[in-house]
Design a protein around this ligand. Structure first.
Ligand code: MD6
Ligand code: FE
Length: 219
């Protein structure tokens, strides 16, 4: 009873207790909530400058998740494969700068997870509408795999699949809600992961979608 009361209080605090998912990955429930209004206003501006789009995989499939980026580098996929690029292929211009509110949130989360020197140069913005999903994959296109990834969930809840180093390792299922942050690095950095198909629903601030931000040190 007392323990439940304290963990509920921690979930609403600006610095929730980190929950370990496995060595190297921590879940910070609700950590983004204090910044949510600034973050959502800044994201609107970013998505006006660099609109969400469905990228094509190297095998020619259209991704169900729509994406854009901000920061010095952006993750892109096309028939040539995956890479980080300093300009938006839709406009030919540099990606929008990373807004202060996003950088502040990413650094606060990394620090809470023990990575006080994290300085992201890329933020990938993923938009899921009902039915959109992300298959199991590894994030291995970043130069320094010693740097963590900070992943922020906004809008509708989703189930994050979190596996091991091998594609065949059976993944854990972690429910993620609006405001939750996962920080992921060290021995978990190359673990396979994905997102199950988004269920129908309407979020009070974001409507029928989930937005995920992943902050990386890519260059
Ligand atoms: C998502 N996230 O949550 C997709 N990758 O929409 C990722 O692919 C991801 O959350 C690396 C580290 C954390 C992540
Ligand atoms: Fe990923």
């Amino acid at each position: 009873m007392t323990a439940d009361l304290f963990s509920d209080m921690a979930a609403q605090d600006a610095t929730p207790q980190p929950q370990s998912l496995c060595p190297g990955a921590v879940l910070l429930r609700g950590l983004a909530l204090p910044d949510q209004h600034d973050v959502l206003a800044d994201l609107d501006r970013v998505m006006t400058d660099a609109p969400l789009r469905h990228m094509i995989t190297s095998r020619g499939f259209r991704m169900s998740v729509a994406m854009t980026n901000c920061g010095q580098l952006g993750w892109v996929s096309d028939r040539r494969g995956y890479r980080y690029d300093s300009s938006d292929p839709l406009s030919g211009r540099p990606w929008p700068a990373m807004p202060e509110s996003l950088l502040r949130l990413a650094r606060r989360a990394a620090t809470a997870a023990g990575h006080a020197d994290f300085l992201p140069d890329a933020c990938l913005i993923n938009r899921y509408q009902p039915g959109a999903r992300m298959g199991l994959h590894q994030d291995r296109d970043e130069r320094d795999l010693g740097q963590p990834i900070v992943s922020v969930s906004l809008g509708l809840p989703a189930v994050f699949q979190f596996g091991g180093m091998l594609r065949s390792d059976k993944p854990l299922r972690v429910p993620l809600q609006h405001g939750d942050v996962v920080v992921w690095g060290g021995p978990a950095r190359l673990n396979f992961h994905g997102v199950l198909a988004l269920k129908d629903g309407v979020h009070e601030l974001l409507g029928a979608q989930r937005i995920n931000l992943t902050f990386r040190r890519a260059g």
